[in-house]
Design a protein around this ligand. Structure first.
Ligand SMILES: NC(=O)c1ccc[n+]([C@@H]2O[C@H](COP(=O)([O-])OP(=O)(O)OC[C@H]3O[C@@H](n4cnc5c(N)ncnc54)[C@H](OP(=O)(O)O)[C@@H]3O)[C@@H](O)[C@H]2O)c1
Length: 359
């Protein structure tokens, strides 16, 4: 401990613009119970970090939060454990272990909750754009041995998000087609994960150079690329490339300018994973983009077009088993069928409106 520095160098934002990030220093912290001190080697940035710094990331703000309070930004780091606090330890890290931060520190399994979100790094909790930071032992994972520190630091947000979107979409991706938008962190992680999972990939970008670079990614190269600037109706091209079938998965990172097009080139039964809004956060009419509304509470919107015969039979058995009877609100005579229509349209009914056709 004697040679150890006594201060931490860090960057701060007061969420007042990218021009106003500033350097600062703070006393070196000591790890407490079930905590470790990490020397941070590499930090990767995410779109979110820019939003935080510009004061645009307010989705989970609480009354009384003060955005002008200096905050260390960023959430994704690779570093090395240099001191271990008192036990018992949830995870038994040792000095020298190479570790990655998890974005939402308390989200250990299952569905994310507001309580978990209160433990997000780089807002609301102090982030990782600093030389050292204390973490709870459960807020770290082991860095994969085959990756450099820089490479490994890219995993916590971009790759994990892409993993959830791509691998969570279908039980198997073999023979499926995945559409990725742009060549940012999430999309390129999604490309690697989808290709490694046996999927075909269509990748879009504003830049032919970036698309050419993606084409050079060997086994992770996309099968097809589209420049969305020179082909603004890229959804038509996606339909053409998939023989009119559409793609099975869209990793929807684009938002306002992409979601509606994605819905025009998704296959029947496909999955649109609503992730981001790099093309805009407001839909027409200044409404918040649907991606934003959906991802904010991690909800699933699913289109339903009736159901198959086997489900119908299953349902009938369920009705029988539970003695369920449909609720008939009103029965109209055959001659008053038009009245029945008006009645239904008026919305006065409860349950079903029926027309008695035969005496
Ligand atoms: N829900 C989550 O958990 C989660 C996690 C991570 C990220 N996100 C969100 O996902 C989005 C992407 O994040 P990121 O970190 O990957 O961002 P990023 O690395 O900054 O990616 C930016 C890329 O977006 C692409 N883009 C811009 N306008 C586009 C358009 N009209 N159509 C298609 N692509 C367009 C551009 O690709 P080209 O230059 O190739 O055109 C640009 O390089 C952001 O909105 C972010 O907030 C959400």
């Amino acid at each position: 401990m004697s040679n150890r520095r006594t201060t931490v160098e860090q960057w701060l934002t007061q969420q007042d613009g990218l021009d106003n990030l500033r350097r600062s220093s703070a006393p070196m912290p000591s790890p407490g119970k079930d905590e470790v001190l990490v020397a941070i080697h590499s930090v990767s940035l995410n779109y979110r970090d820019t939003e935080v710094a510009m004061g645009l990331y307010k989705y989970y703000d609480q009354p009384g939060d003060d955005p002008s309070k200096p905050l260390v930004p960023a959430s994704d780091m690779c570093g090395v454990v240099i001191a271990v606090g008192e036990g018992p330890h949830t995870i038994p890290w040792k000095v020298g272990d190479r570790v990655l931060s998890t974005f939402v520190q308390a989200h250990l399994t299952g569905q994310i909750t507001p309580a978990h979100l209160a433990t997000g790094l780089g807002k609301p909790l102090p982030g990782v754009l600093q030389t050292h930071r204390v973490f709870p032992t459960y807020g770290l994972v082991r860095a994969p041995g085959h990756l450099s520190d820089h490479e490994a630091s890219c995993l916590p947000i971009a790759a994990v998000t892409a993993w959830m979107a791509v691998r969570g979409a279908h039980p198997t991706l073999k023979g499926k087609t995945v559409l990725l938008q742009g060549t940012g962190g999430v999309s390129i992680s999604g490309l690697q994960i989808a290709k490694a999972s046996g999927a075909r990939v269509i990748l879009t970008s504003s830049s032919d150079e970036k698309l050419a670079r993606a084409k050079g990614m060997g086994p992770f190269a996309p099968d097809f690329v589209i420049n969305y600037r020179t082909t603004p109706q890229w959804q038509d091209e996606v339909m053409r490339l998939t023989d009119g079938r559409g793609v099975d998965v869209v990793v929807e990172t684009g938002g306002a300018q992409t979601l509606y097009k994605a819905l025009d080139c998704i296959a029947f039964g496909g999955v649109v994973a609503c992730i981001g809004y790099t093309s805009g956060r407001e839909d027409e009419g200044s409404r918040p983009n649907i991606n934003l509304l959906v991802l904010r509470r991690t909800v699933t919107l699913k289109g339903i077009l009736n159901g198959p015969r086997d489900q119908f039979e299953e349902m009938c058995a369920f009705y029988e088993e539970h003695g369920i009877k449909p609720v008939v609100d009103r029965v109209f005579g055959f001659g008053e069928a038009d009245e029945a229509f008006k009645y239904l349209f008026s919305g006065q009914h409860f349950g079903k409106v029926v027309i008695k056709v035969a005496e």
